[in-house]
Structure formats: C-alpha cells, structure tokens
Design a protein. Structure first.
Length: 88
C-alpha cells in the first residue's frame, strides 16, 4: 500500500504482484475483517476489496487524512487528523 493508490499483494512475503485500486490517493493503512479489506489514506475515500486484488472506492464525506484502520467487534474503525474517528 502506498502512494498514488499502489497496492502490492503477496501470499508468501517473497513474491509480489500489484493490485488494481483505480485511485490516486496516498494510502496509509489496511485492515481485514468479515471477508473484506478496507484501506484508508488521504482525501475523503476508503478503498474496499473482498479479494485484495480488485478495489472499489467509497466516499467517506471527510476531508481529513486517515492514518490507520483496524477491525474488531464486527466494526472497522479508522482514525485520522484532527482527532477524526470513523466507524463502519
């Protein structure tokens, strides 16, 4: 995960392939839960995927950079600048 929506995948930590995010935001974190990945970063968009290869963007209605995301208790929680917390 990284700049300009770049997503890299690996099954073994040695061989890597690039996923398709179709987004140009800088990504900072990814979490997995209930069969879904969620990636966050700059701007008002989160990326979601069920396989880690193909991603779709979801408008969050926030103009803060999200710094981290975690899954627990059947919820995704993202935290960002200015104390921003988003729960889904």
């Amino acid at each position: 995960m990284g700049g300009e929506g770049r997503i890299l995948l690996s099954q073994d930590g040695r061989n890597w392939e690039e996923g398709s995010a179709n987004a140009s935001l800088n990504l900072t974190a990814v979490a997995h839960g209930e069969g879904r990945f969620v990636a966050v970063g700059s701007g008002n968009v989160a990326l979601t995927s069920t396989d880690g290869r193909s991603w779709t963007s979801e408008d969050l209605g926030s103009f803060y950079t999200l710094r981290d995301v975690a899954f627990g208790g059947n919820l995704f929680v993202a935290v960002g600048d200015s104390g921003r917390i988003l729960v889904r």
